[in-house]
Write a protein that binds this ligand. Structure first.
Ligand SMILES: Nc1nc2c(c(=O)[nH]1)N(C=O)[C@@H](CNc1ccc(C(=O)N[C@@H](CCC(=O)O)C(=O)O)cc1)CN2
Ligand SMILES: Nc1nc2c(ncn2[C@@H]2O[C@H](COP(=O)(O)OP(=O)(O)OP(=O)(O)O)[C@@H](O)[C@H]2O)c(=O)[nH]1
Length: 421
């Protein structure tokens, strides 16, 4: 594989810029510029030379093939963080025949050399995209192989089951119908329970990864836009005392005490006065129905019964104008009650988040559903068919970890990566 390089740190001015080189010969490329680098994984402060020209004084280290992030020989040059220095180094490297890496190419090489499986690559992608603590934690677990280790455990169950089935075939008396040992079904039931647990917790994990949706709904002029503005601490939605101001849905991405949440401001619910308002209300209803939680907002703290779902939150608005009512109330003018409303949302969503599985992508879900489907009705199957079902379940696990069929998927995932990762 050819030698590639890229800036690993974000481009621009900063304290330090790291340029990474990967591929066979990376070390000699670096030694030509920086002098001898005797020990792998040791940082050397060196003058980086372009011929006789001093390019920078930098920290340089190398990693031997097989013991690096990509699995190839890797060099890191930690330069002063000025774009002009990075640019100059790039020129020198290209002059030596190196090529600038594509987005995700270092990680792709790590995958190709078995340093990471597909779930770890996905976890790394999530980690780089994480905006909140819960996203960071879930991504970190995934990128450190937690799902991969689980899947290896399941694979061991299948291997044991498969060995038991084989032995029942091998030693069966020709005249007596072979009997599959009960233990096989015990193992498969155990596997099935693990799959069910992950499949059952997929939706919550997906929400943690992509964010929960909370729709603020209520009659016109209830103060929905004012509330979302107060939470955003800026004017994301227009506020007016004209009923029916909000028509389209306005989204606000929030880090709510570590959870990623999208708040939706929606059109006030009433019999629409015109076509445009009517379309806005339809939209509001659809999004509200599909949301993870509805916050019913109105001056008197009444819920909209046509959109009510168990566990919804009811909040009285304009608390500065109205006497205290039972339950939650908020004033977007004074801010009274705002923390309690946010706490209320957080409590409900964090309960949902607590049910999160490890799998959080549709691709992962599909792999597990496929495994689940082939072992659904195995009880009483004869040995040959049973062995085949177990093989197929194991193949689904191979899909999960990208041992089969990863190529197309990698293309998709790496387009979301930066150059240098
Ligand atoms: N300077 C620097 N910092 C970094 C990275 C990096 O590449 N360079 N990372 C890049 O993402 C992350 C750390 N991840 C890394 C993962 C594996 C290896 C590595 O060398 N693995 C070898 C050796 C393992 C060992 O000796 O324990 C291997 O897996 O064989 C290095 C960094 C975050 N910080
Ligand atoms: N006193 C007081 N007035 C408020 C409060 N919240 C909103 N208002 C006022 O109520 C009116 C309607 O507020 P909006 O936030 O536009 O209400 P909305 O629910 O988004 O209205 P639609 O877009 O018509 O559905 C505006 O005049 C706001 O200034 C509040 O907490 N206290």
């Amino acid at each position: 594989m050819d030698l590639i390089y890229a800036e690993a740190t974000p481009s621009g001015r900063g304290g330090v810029s790291v340029v990474r080189i990967s591929g066979e010969g990376a070390k000699s490329v670096a030694e030509r510029m920086a002098g001898p680098l005797p020990k792998a994984r040791h940082a050397y402060l060196r003058e980086i030379l372009d011929g006789d020209d001093l390019l920078d004084r930098a920290l340089v280290m190398w990693f031997e093939a097989g013991r690096s992030f990509t699995g190839e020989e890797v060099v890191e040059i930690h330069l002063h963080g000025a774009p002009v220095i990075v640019r100059r180094l790039g020129q020198v490297l290209r002059a030596q025949g190196l090529r600038m890496a594509e987005a995700g190419e270092f990680t792709r090489r790590a995958f190709l050399h078995g340093k990471m499986d597909l779930s770890e690559v996905e976890g790394l992608g999530d980690l780089l995209a994480a905006e909140t603590e819960s996203q960071r934690l879930a991504a970190l677990r995934m990128s450190h192989g937690e799902l991969a280790r689980k899947a290896d455990g399941w694979r061991s169950l299948l291997i044991r089951a498969s060995a038991l089935v084989e032995s029942s075939v091998d030693f069966a008396d020709e005249d007596v119908p072979e009997k599959v040992p009960d233990e096989v079904f015990g193992l498969l039931d155990e596997f099935k329970a693990e799959l069910d647990f992950q499949i059952g917790g997929y939706a919550a994990a997906e929400r943690v990864r992509n964010g929960f949706e909370v729709a603020i709904i209520g009659p016109p002029n209830a103060g929905k836009s004012s509330l979302i503005n107060r939470i955003a601490r800026r004017e994301v939605a227009l506020v007016s005392d004209i009923a029916g101001t909000t028509r389209d849905i306005i989204e606000l991405r929030l880090d709510l005490r570590g959870l990623a949440v999208t708040l939706l401001d929606t059109a006030g619910l009433r019999d629409a006065r015109d076509e445009l308002e009517s379309r806005g209300i339809d939209r509001a209803r659809h999004r509200a129905e599909a949301a993870d939680l509805r916050l019913h907002l109105s001056p008197h703290g009444k819920a909209d019964s046509s959109l009510w779902q168990d566990g919804d939150l009811v909040v009285a608005s304009k608390a500065d104008l109205h006497p205290h009512v039972d339950g939650l109330s908020v004033s977007s003018v004074t801010g009274t009650g705002l923390d309690q409303v946010l706490d209320g949302i957080f409590d409900i969503l964090s309960q949902k988040a607590a049910g999160a599985a490890l799998i959080s992508r549709e691709r992962q879900l599909n792999a597990l559903l496929a495994a689940r489907a082939v072992i659904e009705d195995v009880h009483g199957l004869e040995a040959e068919l049973l062995a085949e079902a177990i093989r197929q379940a194991a193949a689904s696990l191979d899909h999960l970890l990208g041992r089969i069929g990863a190529e197309d998927y990698l293309e998709v995932i790496f387009t979301s990566f930066c150059i240098g990762k």
